[in-house]
Design a binder for this molecule. Structure first.
Ligand code: FE2
Ligand code: FE2
Length: 378
């Protein structure tokens, strides 16, 4: 991901989580987009008078929905849009009529983009994601060179692998390996925090989650002192562990609500699909094990093979821990993010399912001193 900080990435200088600011007036507009924004981001509503420099500093994106034909609104808005703090923040104008006058006004005011609203949800989500991701990627310039390269390259690789797998095309194994080598180098040199926090705002949950599990497993492997080849295996396994989701229908994969029991059954097919995809391409057996068995539980209640106890490998145990942690701390449209402390607490209560000594070791990956994941603190 997606990115806030270390007072890097997109978390700002104060270490506060950034939000989307919605600038409104007292006119009647269709406000249904607000629920769409809330699916992905925290929001702050402000009127034009109270919009201030701090709002720009704290924002990932500003959405303006006001009457652009009213001079009483235009004057103060123009002043606020000229603030120096606004310069690098994308501003999206929602236009009521999409007429020439509105378009000219929004350009004069410095809109990064504009869209006629109401519009189909998918169009709105797409334009919002583009603007936010552009801002997120810009913020990556504040990372170290190696972290920025690791993020850019590996995110592209994740996108390509999912896209190719969905189309039944071959996944370039060497690209996955090369990008994981960059992640290992970046993590070894500069730690996990900065780049992991920087990925957190990426709009695509599956990509973000794959990158997060990759990062946690890399750091976990380093903490346990595993050899280089195993570290590569863990990083690559983390990146590819959910590749089977490329075969999951998007309306289930990206559903902005809890899955129904039937949808959940379809979702649970993904480890089997991981095995299918990776076996056909003759990936390393350990990689296939990681991807196929990261939902197995030691008491045999997991899937797809209901493996028990010693039949669950160390690699699958480690991946199950990184996977569950990432799922708990990440924000979804239907659930808020959880603090790292709380997530570990919950995982320690899964006696019989997760490997508890390993969870305790993992705790220091995400909670100890320097490597504390600041963005997960609530
Ligand atoms: Fe999974
Ligand atoms: Fe996962």
């Amino acid at each position: 991901m997606a990115g806030d900080s270390l007072e890097m990435g997109i978390q700002n200088r104060m270490g506060k989580k950034q939000h989307v600011t919605i600038v409104h007036d007292n006119n009647m507009h269709d406000k249904s987009f607000i629920e769409l924004v809330k699916r992905y981001h925290d929001i702050k509503m402000v009127d034009i008078e109270s919009l201030c420099a701090e709002d720009f500093i704290q924002s990932l994106l500003i959405i303006v929905q006001v009457n652009l034909t009213d001079p009483k609104i235009l004057r103060p808005l123009k002043r606020k849009m000229a603030l120096p703090e606004r310069e690098h923040i994308p501003v999206l104008f929602l236009l009521d009529d999409f007429n020439r006058r509105e378009i000219v006004q929004s350009n004069i005011l410095g809109a990064t983009d504009y869209i006629a609203y109401p519009c189909p949800d998918s169009n709105f989500i797409e334009i919002m994601a583009d603007l936010v991701n552009h801002a997120v990627e810009k913020s990556w310039a504040k990372l170290s060179k190696i972290q920025e390269a690791a993020l850019k390259v590996s995110l592209k690789v994740v996108e390509n692998t999912f896209s190719n797998a969905a189309k039944g095309l071959e996944i370039a194994q060497h690209e996955v390996k090369d990008s994981c080598d960059l992640i290992i180098e970046a993590t070894a040199k500069d730690g996990l925090n900065n780049w992991m926090n920087a990925i957190r705002q990426h709009h695509n949950y599956t990509y973000r989650h794959s990158m997060m599990v990759c990062g946690y497993l890399t750091s976990f492997g380093m903490l346990l002192g595993v050899k280089k080849s195993d570290l590569q295996l863990l990083a690559m396994g983390g990146m590819m562990h959910d590749i089977g989701k490329a075969m999951t229908p998007l309306d289930i994969l990206d559903k902005p609500a809890k899955l129904t029991p039937t949808e959940w059954k379809v979702m649970q097919e993904h480890p089997k699909n991981c095995r299918l995809i990776l076996s056909v391409e003759q990936w390393d057996d350990d990689m296939i094990d990681i991807a196929t068995h990261h939902h197995e539980r030691l008491d045999g209640t997991g899937y797809p093979d209901a493996l028990e106890g010693s039949k669950v490998s160390d690699l699958a145990r480690m991946t199950a821990i990184a996977d569950m942690f990432s799922g708990l701390v990440d924000k979804r449209s239907y659930k808020p993010s959880m603090s790292a402390e709380k997530a570990i607490e919950i995982m320690l209560e899964t006696e019989g399912q997760l490997d508890i000594p390993l969870v305790k070791a993992f705790r220091s990956v995400v909670l100890s001193g320097e490597d504390k994941i600041l963005a997960f603190q609530k």
